[in-house]
Design a protein around this ligand. Structure first.
Ligand SMILES: [Fe+2]
Length: 428
């Protein structure tokens, strides 16, 4: 053990024991800021001058990758034990390097799953458009993987639902509704096989849009009553496309047919009353509305997450199931991963996640300084009450969509978050 300190956080007192341990990593997992302590060969047989060094630049990483297959790196392990008077709580162990590593890795893996699912849905949409047979097998495998990802780390995969490309709206919307429905189902403690079923419902809910004429589907303006009538038929078209198939969860037909129904009976196509609207339809309806409201379309800009959540709340009970809408609002929270956060000092970051129990104090990668100019990226965790250069505590001033302040979250995924966002140590 290298030391022990006592910290007070949110009125609770913790004793923190710190110790260094070593972790074996494949060289493909290396990121800046890691400290190499051992190679897969004797140091004398390597070109490195020092026995143990810090990865300070991408060149350092490349050099290690050229020489080695695996290495050992230093990990700072912290054991947090809360004081409860005479009885101490069970200690929680945190690995500071591992935390950084895991989020980066999970984003990369989540991105792979997201792209694979998008590819599957594009193929299905295309088959429906051309009137060809739809092969569901690939989509089912992709949805199963989505469920695994959501169960493992919902933050990482939900991050990707914020990265929207207007020209791929229908495919991305289908994947997003699939993921949001799975995540909401997870919050509601649905079993994994139910999560797979609801994922398929989300993925297929708008398949009928492929039978709507493209000039109506992609019209860059409001629809006239006749066009709206045709657009509304996508629910019936979906039923025709999916009904009677033995290779798809039967509930998906019901969801695709009824996802525009409302609890107050004012929905379409049948104006069903609440008793006829299934649990899965209620879940998909909320996920569908949220993703549609927060997406840019050719005729309107998407709204902020918070404004969309306010609308869900306002229409809970009439359009949406009250309990489900409230659970969804709590799940998304005020600081959704993948959105931008502006601090009161003017600095801007990308929201990463929140620690359990600290949903109002997210972690973020800070990317712009107070003058809105790029600054070296570093991660701060508002749960740790970090201070800025002037000694002021960081405080959130607002949450914005990607693209605000010239910060495009997509760039951070495509440039490789592993280096771009995780190069500096966590700041306490
Ligand atoms: Fe729809």
């Amino acid at each position: 053990m290298i030391g022990s300190i006592t910290k007070t956080r949110n009125g609770r007192q913790f004793q923190i024991n710190k110790r260094h341990t070593r972790k074996r990593l494949d060289v493909s997992e290396l990121t800046l800021g890691m400290h190499i302590v051992e190679l897969d060969r004797p140091w004398i047989e390597s070109p490195f001058l020092f026995q143990g060094f810090l990865l300070e630049s991408p060149d350092d990483i490349r050099m290690v990758q050229d020489v080695c297959s695996w290495v050992y790196v230093d990990v700072l392990e912290e054991e947090w034990q809360e004081h409860h008077g005479a009885t101490a709580g069970k200690p929680q162990t945190r690995q500071r390097f591992v935390e950084k590593q895991e989020m980066a890795q999970q984003l990369t893996q989540a991105n792979r799953t997201y792209q694979a699912t998008k590819q599957q849905v594009k193929t299905l949409l295309n088959s429906a458009y051309l009137g060809q047979a739809m092969n569901m097998e690939g989509a089912k495998v992709a949805v199963k993987e989505c469920v695994d990802r959501v169960i493992h780390n919902p933050n990482a995969i939900l991050w990707l639902t914020r990265l929207k490309h207007q020209d791929e709206y229908t495919a991305e919307h289908s994947v997003n509704v699939c993921l949001l429905s799975i995540a909401l189902g997870r919050e509601m403690d649905l079993a994994p096989y139910e999560l797979e079923n609801i994922g398929i419902c989300g993925l297929m809910h708008d398949i009928g849009k492929m039978k709507v004429p493209p000039e109506i589907l992609n019209k860059p303006g409001p629809l006239d009553p006749q066009e709206f009538e045709e657009m509304a038929r996508h629910t019936t078209y979906a039923k025709q496309l999916l009904m009677g198939r033995s290779d798809i969860y039967p509930g998906a037909v019901d969801v695709a047919y009824t996802h525009h129904e409302r609890l107050d009976g004012k929905g379409y196509p049948r104006g069903l009353d609440a008793s006829k609207i299934s649990l899965f339809t209620r879940i998909v309806t909320v996920a569908d509305a949220y993703d549609a409201m927060t997406s840019d379309r050719c005729y309107q800009k998407g709204m902020s997450s918070i404004d969309a959540l306010k609308i869900l709340n306002r229409h809970a009970g009439s359009q949406f199931d009250t309990d489900i809408a409230r659970q969804f609002i709590a799940m998304i929270g005020l600081y959704p991963p993948g959105y931008l956060i502006e601090m009161t000092n003017g600095e801007v970051g990308i929201i990463l996640s929140s620690d359990p129990g600290f949903s109002l104090k997210p972690k973020a990668i800070m990317v712009l300084g107070p003058d809105k100019e790029p600054q070296p990226e570093r991660i701060i965790n508002l749960a740790n009450a970090p201070q800025d250069d002037r000694g002021e505590f960081y405080k959130a001033a607002g949450v914005f969509r990607s693209g605000t302040f010239g910060v495009h979250v997509n760039d951070y995924i495509s440039k490789g978050l592993r280096i771009k966002g995780f190069e500096f140590c966590m700041q306490d």
